[in-house]
Design a protein around this ligand. Structure first.
Ligand SMILES: NC(=O)c1ccc[n+]([C@@H]2O[C@H](COP(=O)([O-])OP(=O)(O)OC[C@H]3O[C@@H](n4cnc5c(N)ncnc54)[C@H](OP(=O)(O)O)[C@@H]3O)[C@@H](O)[C@H]2O)c1
Length: 325
C-alpha cells in the first residue's frame, strides 16, 4: 500500500490505517481474542502499517489485543494509543495531569508489549491542565525514548498551536468524513499551515456511510447514545447514504470505498483509520487507496452532500462537553 507522511516530524504510515476499537468495543459484538489477532495480522500482511488503539477501549483490553496481535511485526508497524480519560473512561471524565500521563504510558507500554509507543495522543483536551504541561510531559517521554511522536485528538486550533510550540505535533486525530465535515472550517487550514498530519477517526461515519445501518440499532450497540443514531434520525439521514451509493454505483465501487477515497483525496497528509471486524471489508477498504476520484467526481460529491441537511448531534451532551472549543 502507498505510504503517507503525517506532519513534518518524520512519521510515515500506510495511507489507510486500521482503527482497532471496534475489534472488541463498538457494537457489542466484538471478536474473540483469537479472531481479533488473526484480523490484525491479516491487515499487516495486506500492507497496513498504522494501528489505532487507546487505553479507554475496553478499557485496556483493546491495547492488549493490539499488543499481542502486532508483536511479531513490532518494528514494521506504527502503533498509536491515547491517554487522557479519568480511570480510562470518557464517561467518568478527563485526566491529563503529568503524573497520570506518565502512569498511563507505562501501563500502555506493558499492555502493548513494547518499549516504545510510536504515536501518543491526548484523547481529549483536559480543561484543568494547561496544554503546555501536557506537551511538556510528552516531550520528556520522547526524550526518554518511550514515545516517538505526539498527537492530539479533537483539539481546537488554539490548543493545537499552543501544544505545537512546546513539542511539535505530528498528527491530529478528529472525526472527519462525509458524515461530519466541520474540520474543514478551521482545523484543516491550521494543520496545513503548521505542517501537521490528519487522522480522520470514524471515517465511515461509525458505519453509517457504508449503508449497513438502516434501522434501529441493537440494544447492546454503543452507538445508541449518539443522537444521530436514534431510529428516526437514522431514517432521516439515510438520504445521504442513498445519494452517495448512487454515485458509487456509477463508478463501480462501494459506498464505503467512495467515502474513504473521498477522504484520501482531500489532502496528501490525511490517513483515515476505518475499523472493521471482517476480513472481506478490510480488503474492500484497503482497495479504496487505489481509487482516484476525478475533479468532477469530487465536485459531484460536494454538491450532493451540501444539498442534504443531516439531523441529530454527533455526540450526547456528556461527550460534547469534552470537545475543546
Ligand atoms: N479519537 C477518538 O476520540 C476516536 C473516536 C472514535 C473512533 N476512534 C478511532 O477510529 C476508528 C474507526 O472509527 P469507528 O470504528 O468509530 O467508525 P468507522 O471506522 O467509521 O466505522 C466502523 C463501522 O463500519 C463498519 N464497516 C467498516 N468497513 C465496512 C465496509 N467496507 N462495509 C460495510 N461496513 C463496514 C464496521 O462494521 P463491521 O465491524 O461489522 O465490519 C463498523 O461498524 C476506531 O477504531 C478508533 O480507533 C477514535
Amino acid at each position: 500500500m502507498q505510504k503517507r507522511k503525517l506532519g513534518n516530524t518524520g512519521l510515515e504510515v500506510s495511507a489507510l490505517g486500521f482503527g482497532c476499537m471496534g475489534l472488541n468495543f463498538l457494537d457489542g459484538k466484538g471478536l474473540n481474542k483469537k479472531d481479533a489477532i488473526t484480523l490484525l495480522r491479516n491487515a499487516v500482511e495486506r500492507g497496513v502499517t498504522f494501528f489505532d488503539t487507546a487505553e479507554a477501549y475496553g478499557p485496556y483490553t483493546n491495547e492488549e489485543l493490539v499488543g499481542e496481535g502486532l508483536q511479531p511485526y513490532r518494528k514494521d508497524v506504527v502503533i498509536a494509543t491515547k491517554f487522557g480519560c479519568k480511570d480510562a473512561s470518557p464517561a467518568i471524565g478527563l485526566d491529563s495531569r503529568p503524573e497520570t500521563i506518565r502512569a498511563v504510558t507505562e501501563a500502555s507500554l506493558k499492555r502493548l508489549k513494547t518499549d516504545y509507543i510510536d504515536l501518543l495522543y491526548q484523547h481529549r483536551v483536559d480543561p484543568n491542565v494547561p496544554i503546555e504541561d501536557v506537551a511538556g510531559t510528552v516531550k520528556d517521554l520522547i526524550q526518554e525514548g518511550k514515545v516517538k511522536y505526539f498527537g492530539l485528538s479533537e483539539a481546537s486550533s488554539t490548543t493545537i498551536r499552543k501544544a505545537h510550540s512546546i513539542q511539535p505535533v505530528s498528527a491530529l486525530q478528529s472525526e472527519y468524513s462525509l458524515f461530519w465535515r466541520e474540520p474543514e472550517n478551521e482545523i484543516i487550514p491550521t494543520l496545513e499551515e503548521l505542517g501537521i498530519g490528519f487522522v480522520p477517526f470514524s471515517p465511515l461515519g461509525k458505519g453509517f456511510l457504508t449503508g449497513i445501518i438502516n434501522k434501529k440499532l441493537e440494544a447492546v450497540d454503543r452507538r445508541n447514545v449518539i443522537p444521530r443514531f436514534t431510529e428516526e434520525n437514522i431514517k432521516a439521514n439515510l438520504v445521504l447514504v442513498e445519494a452517495l451509493s448512487e454515485i458509487a454505483q456509477q463508478k463501480n465501487i462501494s459506498t464505503s470505498q467512495l467515502a474513504l477515497a473521498w477522504l484520501l483525496a482531500q489532502k496528501p497528509w490525511i490517513a483515515p483509520i476505518p475499523g472493521t471486524t471482517k476480513l472481506h471489508r478490510l480488503e474492500e477498504n484497503i482497495s479504496s487507496t487505489d481509487i482516484i476520484l476525478s475533479t468532477d467526481d469530487l465536485a459531484k460529491i460536494d454538491t450532493t452532500v451540501n444539498g442534504i441537511t443531516l439531523v441529530g448531534d454527533r455526540y450526547p451532551d456528556f461527550l460534547e462537553k469534552q470537545i475543546d472549543r
